[in-house]
Design a protein around this ligand. Structure first.
Ligand code: TXA
Ligand code: MG
Length: 301
């Protein structure tokens, strides 16, 4: 199945309008997209991913006016949207009737964002309908940040729109504005301190979302997190194990390359992967969140 680009815009739009899911680029990770007004296509997304049908999908819009057609935007939501969109921030808001419960997994709220990727923004503008898109990976596995990752995960059965490698590399921050006080449900490139000018008090996160399960983003090879990579590597190699390592000094580089590295090293057939604990800056903390879940998940697969 093909890798497409905007030179075949009409073909991409026709495919989506005909109800076939297509993988699309965003700045965070690739998404497995379908028009939100096509229930069969939405069901296909869940089936292709092997994702439980009560796990809500994020919808992607091209501007705030479009967001207002699908979610109840409070004054605070508009302020935050105007500041951070297009960008790696998903807002959970009360949904409007224009969003079906198939998309929201039965919830009365909807996750919504404007992705910062010119290709996908053009697709949504042309369609004039939001695209529901979870990350384009098999449920519980590592998210895709290149077209090749998507082709691999869906055995070349899903077309991919090529938007290059994702620049952020980890999934969006999820801010729940449907509760008072607002709560961060998933860490991403937009940090709590970025949000502080808009929100004085944050609530506890309680709704479990798929990316917040203890085991997620998992490679098949065992993964160990390490404060002292060289020492752990030497110890494990002395025990006779084949080891591969992941280490980036800069958190931005770590986020951008994390999933590509986990996937690449997972193919090597080594006994264990060791990942250096990232820096303790906000983006490093978001990377650590993914690494911790990947480590738990790797033990289970
Ligand atoms: O960066 C991203 O957010 C990527 C790109 C493609 O936009 N999408 C993504 O989607 O990561 P997904 O489905 O893999 O993760 C979305 C998370 C899930 O954990 C889901 O449960 C949660 O968002 N979510 C979506 N709608 C929600 C809602 N109404 N209430 C609570 N959680 C919600
Ligand atoms: Mg996901």
């Amino acid at each position: 199945m093909s890798v497409l680009n905007l030179s075949s815009l009409q073909k991409i739009l026709d495919t989506l309008r005909n109800g076939q899911p297509i993988a699309i680029p965003t700045e965070t990770v690739y998404g497995l997209a379908a028009c939100i007004d096509n229930p069969l296509a939405i069901r296909q997304i869940f089936a292709l991913k092997g994702r439980p049908v009560n796990h809500p999908l994020i919808i992607h819009v091209s501007d705030i006016e479009m967001a207002a057609d699908y979610a109840e935007l409070t004054e605070l939501a508009i302020q935050i949207g105007q500041h951070f969109w297009p960008g790696p921030l998903t807002l959970i808001l009360p949904k409007k009737d224009s969003v079906s419960q198939e998309v929201t997994g039965g919830l009365e709220t909807v996750g919504i964002r404007i992705p910062n990727h010119p290709v996908t923004l053009q697709l949504i503008q042309s369609l004039q309908i939001p695209l529901a898109a979870p990350s384009a990976n098999q449920f519980g596995k590592t998210s895709p940040t290149t077209p090749a990752h998507v082709l691999h995960d869906f055995d070349h059965q899903v077309p991919v729109v090529d938007g290059g490698a994702c620049t952020v590399g980890i999934e969006s921050t999820i801010l729940d504005l449907s509760v008072d006080p607002p709560a961060i449900r998933r860490l991403g490139a937009i940090s709590k301190s970025d949000l502080k000018p808009f929100i004085s008090t944050f609530g506890q996160s309680h709704t479990p979302t798929s990316g917040t399960h203890a085991a997620h983003y998992a490679p098949s090879t065992a993964l160990l997190l390490s404060q002292d990579l060289l020492a752990d590597q030497a110890r494990l190699e002395t025990e006779g194990l084949n080891v591969a390592t992941i280490q980036f000094t800069d958190s931005h580089d770590y986020a951008q390359s994390l999933y590509a590295e986990l996937r690449r090293l997972d193919q090597l057939g080594v006994d264990i992967l060791i990942a250096a604990i990232p820096n303790s800056d906000p983006l490093g903390m978001a990377v650590l969140d993914r690494l911790s879940r990947a480590a738990v998940g790797s033990k289970q697969s």
